[in-house]
Design a protein. Structure first.
Length: 183
């Protein structure tokens, strides 16, 4: 169910684009994202920072796209989101000496500190890669190609998450259980 909630805005965006064009699709994406965040809030009783940032960016860049009738804004939203995530993870790691992944998931996963650092760096690299890839497609390809990339490009996050899961699984037995966790 969570997977469906995560992907339904982009699926609706893709379908709306194919039926009615980029501006209708942008409005559908905005509405679907508001609905998605509402569902997440109902089930989890809160929105994580990434959810709030995503909502603000979708609504902000979507509104600019619709008001100015300029599709470049919606096309650049993922680039800005991924670049912001990479930057936030890097600043947290190397300036504030905090690992946001460990802060968010440390109570659920017992991993050695070195593994948390490697995961954080992997996420920085992944976000930087996705930001650059989206920017490249937005700059050098048609809107039609960019929309297709938005749908079929989900192979990248899926592959990254699977690889991350395999990496994490190798290290779960090496770490002590999280405080307050089951023994």
């Amino acid at each position: 169910m969570k997977l469906l909630i995560d992907f339904f805005p982009i699926l609706l965006f893709f379908a709306a684009y194919k039926m009615a064009g980029i501006y209708v699709a942008t409005g559908v994406l905005m509405a679907a994202t508001v609905l998605q965040m509402g569902l997440i809030y109902l089930t989890e009783k809160r929105l994580q920072t990434i959810h709030r940032v995503t909502l603000v960016l979708v609504l902000g860049f979507g509104a600019l796209t619709l008001l100015l009738q300029d599709e470049r804004f919606i096309k650049w939203k993922p680039t800005v989101l991924y670049a912001g995530m990479a930057l936030a993870l890097a600043l947290a790691q190397w300036v504030w000496r905090r690992n946001f992944l460990k802060v968010l998931l440390g109570s659920q996963l017992a991993l050695p500190d070195l593994v948390w650092t490697r995961l954080n760096i992997a996420w920085m690299g992944y976000c930087a890669f996705m930001s650059a890839l989206n920017a490249y497609v937005a700059l050098f390809y048609s809107t039609e190609d960019w929309v297709n990339f938005k749908l079929w490009g989900y192979v990248f996050p899926l592959a990254f998450i699977v690889a991350q899961g395999i990496y994490i699984a190798r290290h779960l037995k090496d770490a002590p259980p999280p405080p307050g966790g089951a023994t």
